[in-house]
Every structure is written in C-alpha cells, then in structure tokens.
Design a binder for this molecule. Structure first.
Ligand code: NAD
Length: 512
C-alpha cells in the first residue's frame, strides 16, 4: 500500500522511531519528537527525536576530537573511505531514492537522480583526494623557496533545505571529508528521516574503516539547533542552503564571530526567449523548469522573458503544453508533478496567485488545490502561469511553487538582460537563441549576472562537475565541482630559506 516504503526502511536500517543525533554508529537524542508526514499521501512515515543542547555539545566535542585524528590521515586514504561510502550509495540507490521521493514529494526518478548526484560527487571527491594542489611561486629572495599548501579546516557545519534533502549534504561532505574535515549536518526538519538514513550509511562505512567517531555527525531539529552551530566558535565554516531570509540571519551570526559562511540561497531564475529561439526546445526547457519538482528547485524557472515578435506563439505553445501535465503520486512514473512539501507551501502558492492578480497580472493557466482520491494530503496543486511585469513585488520574490510569470521584451537582447538581472537574486539563468551574437552577449561581462548562465538549455538541473551557486542575495557561495573544494581548507603560504644568510623581503636592510 505504501509503495514499498516498508522495504526501503528495512534496507536503510530505519525504525519507526529514530534518534536524531549521531557521532558515528552511536545514535542518541533527548529532544522533542519530530513527526515526518509524507506529502504524497499524508501518512505519518516515522518519527525522529531532535537534538538538545547537551546532545549538541557532546556531538561537537566528539567531532572536534575526530577532526584532530582525521586530519593526520593522508588525503588518498580519506578518499578511499569516500569510495567505499559511494559503493554503499550505489547499492542503496533505490531505497534511498524512494525515501527521498516519499518524504519530500519529488518524483521517484528525481529521487533516484538525487542519489545519483551523491554518487557523482563522491566519484569526483575520490579523484580530488589526489589533486588538492597548491601553487609554487618564485621567491624574490635568493636561495628561498615559496609555495602554498592546503590544510584541513576543522569542523564544518552543514545546514540544508528540504528540497534536496540528501544531495546538498553530499556536495559538502564528500569534498570536506577528503579535505580532512569533520562534518556536522543539520538537515531540514521537514525531511528528518532521509538525514538519519544517510548518516547510517556513512557511519557503517566509517566504522568499518576505523574512521574516528564524529567525522560524520548528525544533529536534528529546527532553526534553534541550527543557531547552536552558527554561534559556535569551534565551527570555522558553516555551509547553509535555504531561503534568503535564513541566509541573512546565518551570515550575520557567523560573521559576528568572524567565521566563514558558504551560502546557497534562493533564486529567481529566468529564461530569455529571443526571436531566434528553437520553440520546441524552449517549451520543453521552460515547462520542465517551471513544474519539475513542483517548482521547488532553487533553479526552477520562475520567469520567461519573451521577445514581442514571437510572444503569442511561445505563450500559446506553453499554455498548450500545460494541458498535458499529469499531477499525482510522484512514485507513479506516469505523473509529471507531485505535491508541494506541506500546507504552508500550499498557502504561499495561493498567496502568490492572489497577489499577482491584485498587482495587475493576468492568469493564463488557472491554479488551484486538488481534492479527492489520490490528493488526500492536500498538498497537490495545479501548475499556473500568469502574465506579469518584472517590477511586481510578487515577481521580485521567489515563489517556491509551480507559478510561472511570463513577460515581454522588445528590441535588443540588452532589454531582456535588464529585466533578467533586475531582481535581487542571482542563481540561474538561460537564453534560448541560435544567434551567436545574442548568446555571447548573454555570457559576457555585460550579460547575465547569475552564477549559472546557460545557452539553449533551461535554468534547472546542474552537473556536479561545475561550481554551483549564485550571486547577489543568492549568497555568493560555490559548492560541488571546479575548485569549490578550497573553501573546506585553509591555505598556508610557506617560505623556506636554504642559505646561510637572512635576506629580508622588499630589500629591507636590518644590520645588527
Ligand atoms: P529554509 O530557509 O526555511 O530552511 C533551510 C534550513 O535552514 C533548514 O534546515 C532550517 O532549519 C535552517 N534554518 C532556518 N533558519 C535558521 C537560522 N536562523 N539559523 C540556522 N538555521 C536555520 O529553506 P527551505 O524552505 O528548507 O528551502 C527552500 C529554500 O532553499 C528556497 O529558497 C530555495 O531556493 C533554497 N535552496 C537554495 C539552493 C542553492 O543551492 N542555492 C539549493 C536548495 C534550496
């Protein structure tokens, strides 16, 4: 009846009641109980006991002790542990993907895709464990050698959002572990079971390899548990993924103690559709971007900026495509769109639709909450489209739901860029065009101001090989590929004098 979730629970070693604090295979917790309900069918999936302050103190002390040992392991030896962890992810891909789908509400395919991202970043991290390169420089002083090294940083705190309940953790941990750090993870209170499942997988592999306790640690709870980390001087880096509202609070708390924060916050992503766009691909990219994961991706397409010469054509094609969207149980692969995460998200969605009309927008595809058989959780909504203007207050905010705002531009691509960049967020962006000049302008310094800029693909869906993140109020952080690993390490510049003299830099003389 519940889509094989019992079997997945068993394979992942989950109980109905679970402890939400862990410093390895030792799971404990003394806080309140969080009940996790599935947005798929409204059922109570299981319970997780939250972390108290005393549990937290024990966790951080253990993580810190674990770090002092772990940093002495060679990076390739740490990589070997990540490789074995990855073997377990491959083995458990289906049950973990199913749990992600059932607890968060994304489609089973996307649940599997999220676990695949974990697998991919672990592969990347294993290779990286032999490539934590520093530069060598030529010293201005004779008989001196100068170079830089990257050392482990310490205990890394990870705060993650509900919509990517497992991938974001692994983007951080897989890199931080090979870099020699201990990780303490607070997942979203909306998806606590996936957090416990992941920690169980890591803990088993780590114990088998005699990794010190605390190198992979879990704490559970709401923002109050997160605040223990942001205020904690023993945590040199807090990596936080979630809303801009949260990021502003976290950034200030961490900055107050001069710690580092890595922020991955909300987006307000647009696709520019120029007169030279391929309409068929534009429709696929825009519809998937707007309704996939029920509009709950940080890279979901929120705005379509269409040239006036093709506006009606594109608009009609997209409105037509929306008629074919099947909404329902995300574990049924025939459906395109599953539920929103909870009733609060439904309220935000309804509010957005009311507000866009109140501001003068025109609804082209009606929204609404679905009722009746299969929709008992009350979290299923119809993807909607509204014609709107970029300056509307509601358009300027990220609506974390399947509401797509479409608007016109005229003249050159510069006018579209002005609209696209005219929001406070700067995560993902795309242009649909076969015109080289437009594409290159979009990618140039005068073009998109986002961390991600795509040509002829939509805004959502990134690969782990590139650095992921965005500018402006999206927070400026970068995770995953390229040289994102550097944030998890501390850089040290070393100068060695192999002469019998002591020459000073800048030619300064200091004779005694
Ligand atoms: P949220 O901000 O409500 O919560 C995110 C996490 O922050 C949760 O674990 C929460 O407990 C914690 N938190 C909240 N307030 C805190 C505080 N004061 N101190 C410490 N921790 C605190 O976000 P959400 O609803 O879970 O996720 C949706 C948001 O996340 C969207 O805005 C989305 O765009 C964003 N997101 C961004 C990225 C990215 O990579 N840029 C990825 C995924 C999601």
């Amino acid at each position: 009846k519940n889509f094989g979730i019992d079997k997945a629970f068993k394979e992942l070693g989950l109980e109905h009641e679970n402890k939400g604090t862990s410093v390895g295979t030792d799971f404990f917790a003394n806080g309140e109980t969080i009940e996790s309900y599935s947005p798929v069918d409204g059922a109570l999936i299981g319970k997780v006991q939250a972390t108290t302050e005393a549990d937290y103190q024990k966790t951080i002390e253990t993580a810190h002790k674990g770090f002092l040992e772990w940093r002495k392991w060679t990076a390739p030896a740490r990589g070997e542990v990540v490789r074995q962890f990855n073997d377990e992810l491959r083995r458990l891909k289906e049950p973990l993907g199913k749990l992600v789908s059932y607890e968060m509400g994304k489609s089973y395919q996307e649940g599997l895709g999220e676990v695949q991202e974990m697998i991919d970043i672990c592969d990347f991290a294993v290779g990286l464990s032999r490539q934590l390169h520093g530069l060598t420089m030529h010293s201005e002083r004779p008989g001196h050698r100068m170079y830089e090294q990257w050392h482990p940083l310490g205990v890394v705190g990870i705060i993650s959002a509900f919509n990517f309940p497992v991938a974001v953790w692994s983007w951080n941990t897989a890199l931080a572990w090979v870099c020699g750090d201990a990780c303490v993870w607070k997942g979203s209170e909306k998806t606590p079971l996936t957090s416990v499942a992941c920690q169980k997988i890591a803990a088993r592999v780590f114990e088998k390899n005699n990794v010190p306790a605390g190198v992979s640690s879990l704490i559970t709870g709401d923002y109050k548990v997160g605040e223990l980390m942001t205020n904690d001087k023993r945590i040199p880096l807090v990596s936080a993924t979630g809303s801009i509202r949260m990021g502003k609070i976290v950034a200030q708390a961490v900055a107050k103690r001069l710690g580092k924060s890595l922020l991955e916050l909300g987006g307000n992503n647009a696709i520019i559709v120029t007169p030279d766009a391929d309409i068929k691909n534009t429709v696929i990219g825009a519809v998937f971007g707007a309704v996939g994961t029920c509009g709950q991706r940080c890279t979901s397409t929120r705005r379509l900026i269409i040239h006036d010469s093709i506006y009606d054509k594109v608009k009609n094609a997209i409105v037509d495509a929306y008629k074919q969207i099947k909404i329902g149980n995300p574990l049924d692969e025939n459906n395109h769109v599953g539920p929103l995460i909870d009733q609060d998200a439904v309220k935000n969605y309804q509010h957005a639709l009311e507000k866009v009309e109140a501001e003068g927008g025109k609804v082209l595809v009606e929204g609404g909450v679905l009722e009746g058989e299969g929709y008992e959780s009350g979290c299923y909504v119809k993807p909607a489209i509204a014609e709107a203007e970029n300056h509307f207050e509601i358009v300027q905010h990220e609506t974390f739901a399947p509401v797509l705002y479409i608007m016109k531009y005229s003249g050159d691509v510069e006018n579209a860029l002005e609209l696209q960049n005219g929001v406070v967020q700067g995560l993902s962006s795309a242009i649909m065009t076969n015109n080289l000049r437009e594409a290159e302008k979009f990618l140039s310094a005068e073009g998109s101001d986002c961390g991600i800029a795509n040509v002829n693909i939509g805004t959502s869906g990134a690969e782990i090989g590139g650095a992921f993140g965005g500018e402006k109020e999206t927070g400026g952080g970068r995770e995953s590929g390229s040289d994102a690993w550097k944030v998890y390490m501390r850089r040290q510049t070393n100068t060695i004098n192999y002469t019998t003299e002591l020459p000073l830099a800048q030619g300064i003389k200091f004779d005694l």
